[in-house]
Write a protein that binds this ligand. Structure first.
Ligand SMILES: Nc1ncnc2c1ncn2[C@@H]1O[C@H](COP(=O)(O)OP(=O)(O)O)[C@@H](O)[C@H]1O
Ligand SMILES: [Mg+2]
Length: 298
């Protein structure tokens, strides 16, 4: 990951020292005979710089947690503190501004705008944030380079593979230097090799200082994170600072990689991933094993 393109905004942690803190957040979906309590008094603390996986079976409330914690949806009860601001108390317009200025999103279905090129998709959130056109273009190029997409600037989403679309979506998510990056099943539509490449990008972002909350039902995907919380029936039922010993696993069987699970897939001569030409290949920093506190829930 291109460190130069990151420069994440310096977090201004909450009272407890966490970047994000949920206090007894409850969310019900009504409009049915029996309302669904999708979140049931969830409390969670996410320190700045952590890479947290939220795991659980389908229907356990993972996406609802992401929607409520990011202000995409209103909550019924409880506090969602981000950088000392209670997101839950903001009106919809303020929540939208906060999302655009302080959060990046990566979804299973990419959600790139189909009529815009890769470059334009990454420029857009900056233009919405008031960045000038020239600066927005320069930063979009930089972020696309950092996800090794320099060869596809002018392509529209339907001219890109799923893995490439997700890399553009990641570039879009990081372009405004967010305090926190949310990812909801980001590899759900990808084959195992592209999924591994996308997860390596998240690991690189984390190592460059990003705070990431990633929702997944897959233990393999969760193993890239540095901590995990497990949900069941709208509650957090468990947590683990490191889901597995290595903190990173490759997905499926990749014939290019031998038995060493710590090794990255080999790069071509320019240092790019094998599915396209790249730029400087300045990746490969090792995970810092000792520099962060895990998530906590109460
Ligand atoms: N818009 C909605 N209206 C009604 N029920 C919903 C809505 N969204 C989610 N649910 C329900 O809330 C629960 C949690 O859903 P969700 O957070 O999407 O789970 P997950 O992401 O873990 O699969 C499920 O029982 C689901 O059916
Ligand atoms: Mg979901």
């Amino acid at each position: 990951m291109n460190q130069r393109s990151q420069g994440h905004s310096s977090p201004n942690p909450t009272r407890s020292g966490s970047l994000l803190e949920l206090n007894r957040v409850t969310k019900e979906y009504r409009g049915r005979e029996v309302p669904v309590r999708a979140l049931d008094a969830v409390s969670l603390s996410v320190p700045a710089g952590s890479f947290l996986a939220v795991m659980g079976a389908s229907g356990s409330g993972k996406s609802t947690l992401l929607h409520c914690a990011s202000g995409l949806e209103a909550v019924d009860r409880g506090e969602v503190m981000l950088n000392g601001v209670d997101v839950a108390q903001l009106d919809e317009k303020s929540r939208a501004d906060l999302r655009n200025s302080q959060m990046g999103f990566v979804f299973q279905s990419f959600y790139l705008l189909p009529l815009l090129s890769a470059l334009e998709n990454v420029e857009l959130p900056q233009l919405m944030a008031g960045v000038g056109q020239d600066e927005a273009r320069r930063r979009a190029e930089d972020c696309l380079a950092s996800v090794e997409m320099t060869h596809r600037f002018d392509h529209r989403p339907n001219e890109l593979s799923g893995g490439e679309q997700q890399r553009v979506a990641i570039a879009r998510a990081i372009v405004n230097n967010p305090a926190i990056i949310w990812a909801d099943e980001p590899t759900g539509n990808l084959d195992s090799e592209h999924a591994a490449n996308v997860m390596e990008l998240f690991v690189d972002l984390h190592q460059a200082g990003a705070t990431i909350v990633l929702v997944t039902h897959s233990p393999q995907i969760a193993s890239y994170a540095s901590g995990v919380v497990v949900m069941e029936d709208g509650r957090v039922i468990g947590q683990d600072r490191r889901p597995r010993s290595s903190g990173r696993r490759r997905l499926g069987r990749d014939p290019r990689v031998d038995g060493d699970v710590h090794r990255r897939p080999p790069r071509n001569a320019t240092g790019a991933l094998d599915d396209g030409p790249g730029r400087d290949g300045r990746r490969g920093r090792r995970r810092q094993e000792s520099d962060e506190t895990g998530p906590t829930h109460r």
